[in-house]
Design a protein around this ligand. Structure first.
Ligand code: FE2
Length: 248
């Protein structure tokens, strides 16, 4: 998820490394954590089979995402041979600069804690389920994997000057992107695929704008973080993400 202002966060930041990473202790998840994971995976996998693009579904399969919270090292043993990406544990949201650097090095930060049962449908901060289920499957796709790294490199090169515009590009692609396919309109954005309501809204919602993907337009468009989206940008092909638009 896009980093937000760092205040009142619920993760434990005390024991993290200087690069904001923390170890994942997979044996410390409670039975309730595992039950919440199972509920979310079952629900969102069913929706993904109907509405996600094939690249995402192939990623779910390749990573072996199932009914137990994944061990990050086991995932890395599957992911890294495919595209060179690895996932690293983080306590929760991290600052922009701490987020872009790992992307540029094919490292994707994943929050180690999972939401409670009371938050199945919505929580303010991204958790393990959003970060993992939403984002990691597409890192198995070579084109999308290249885009994520290119995005991180570009954000570093841009410095703080274009940070808001780049954040909007991330929002309208990585988080809330749609794609036209031979099987119809499909979802690839993590913010959609980790939310039951957003999947249905994005694909079937009435009065929703679905615009052809135009990076400059996406970067100019403000977004709201705590409601269903009114506007989505739709790709025709993932390779469009690698076309570098002007940031100005
Ligand atoms: Fe996200």
């Amino acid at each position: 998820m896009k980093p937000a202002p760092l205040e009142n966060l619920r993760g434990d930041y005390a024991g993290m490394a200087p690069d904001w990473t923390v170890p994942q202790h997979v044996d410390l998840y409670s039975d309730e954590d595992q039950a919440v994971w199972r509920l979310l995976v079952e629900r969102q996998t069913t929706l993904a089979r109907q509405h996600a693009c094939d690249e995402f579904l192939r990623g779910l399969e390749a990573l072996g995402i199932g009914d137990a919270i994944p061990d990050f090292e086991e995932i890395n043993a599957r992911l890294e041979p495919l595209t060179g990406w690895r996932i690293v544990g983080v306590p929760g949201l991290i600052p922009d600069t701490a987020f872009y650097d790992p992307l540029a090095h094919r490292r994707f930060p994943v929050t180690i804690w999972i939401r409670t049962r009371a938050e199945l449908d919505y929580l303010v901060e991204p958790d393990l389920f959003h970060d993992f289920f939403g984002h990691v499957p597409l890192l198995t796709d070579p084109v999308f994997a290249d885009y994520m790294q290119a995005y991180g490199r570009r954000a570093i090169a841009a410095g703080l000057d274009n940070i808001h515009r780049l954040a909007r590009l991330y929002w309208f692609t990585v988080e809330f992107g749609l794609i036209h396919t031979a099987k119809g309109l499909k979802v690839y954005g993590a913010g959609i695929l980790s939310s039951a309501a957003e999947v249905k809204h994005a694909i079937e919602g009435q009065g929703v704008e679905r615009l052809p993907f135009a990076p400059a337009q996406a970067m100019d468009r403000p977004y709201e973080i705590d409601r269903l989206q009114n506007t989505y940008f739709v790709l025709d092909d993932f390779r469009q993400l690698l076309d570098r638009p002007s940031a100005h």
